[in-house]
Ligand binder design. Sequence first.
Ligand code: COA
Length: 336
Amino acid sequence: MYNSKIIGLGKYLPEQVVTNNDLTALMDTSDEWIQERTGIQERRWVKPRDGDTTSMMGVKAARQAIDRAGIDKDDIDFIIFATLSPDYYFPGPGVQVQKELDIKTVGALDIRNQCSGFIYAISVADNFIKTGMYKNILVIGSELHSHGLDKTTRGRGVTVIFGDGAGAAILSREEDNNKGLLSTHLHSQGEHAEELSLIAPGMGKRWVNDILTDNDPDDVSYYPHMNGQFVFKNAVVRFSEVIMEGLQTNGLGPQDIDMLIPHQANLRISQFVQKKFKLGNDQIYNNIMRYGNTTAASVPIALCEAWEEGKIKEGDTVVLAAFGSGFTWGSAIIKW
Ligand code: COA
């Protein structure tokens, strides 16, 4: 059995900065409320119709990751794309990346695990590499929320949180079993599926035909719904559990964490986890202040930035953890 190792990271954030004050022109909110509850100061939203889509942002992040990995695009054996905001209902964005990067006819897999999407994606990649099936896998997390949010006071509880962006990683075969991804841990609890969800259009409760026929201005079924406090309460418990599960599996404790990259859900959630595990400010990375919550993109963007800033060095124990819609949650323990 092999291990897998991250040999290249990339990210892409759209240029347009949307501050909390900018949002006050659209809805009844305030910089003070948003910062106090979430820590967010600004986020990036794509400019409509300038070419930035979920798949194209993923492609831009992927190009940087491929360059930094020092491999050729034709060395990639497999593509995994995590998102909740695909360009099309079908097919998923994995094949769009394959086309855009002009990669030969390798397999492309789309992952539907929302905020935990990147952790699920690297877990799948890791296991393909472990068995020897593939050698270099491109993993992308990309999200375009801004076109699908209710930008009125009605939607303010959700809309102020989310931002657009993409992150990418190249996972590659590693012969040394003490290096790279040591373990990944995945969980879900479907009984809470609708507490953080976007129901329509879907083939279950609300079809496209229903929406068109009803033509109801009060219909919010095609906007994200979030039971914020319930999500918050579950998130702090599950983040803590799944980080401990990963550490214990590897005979480690919180004191061994060199860098924790939590999914950027809410700064208050990250601060809770930091306090619980008694981590110093140099042992946890947060960028939600600048980008908001970018769902499946948040972990790879934060990981990429922490690495760019020299905060992750060879030999470090790096922990990734995420929680979100599903509910789904997971962690990855990495020896860098
Ligand atoms: N600006 C101003 N006021 C707002 C607002 C906004 N953007 N959004 C909601 N409010 C109001 C509400 O209407 C409510 O008013 P009321 O008391 O008059 O009814 C009040 O603020 C409190 O709302 P509530 O939803 O209880 O706030 P909260 O303290 O739970 O904070 C969240 C809301 C969303 C910030 C918080 O619940 C949260 O962060 N949850 C987890 C989110 C998350 O992590 N999601 C992604 C999962 S990966």
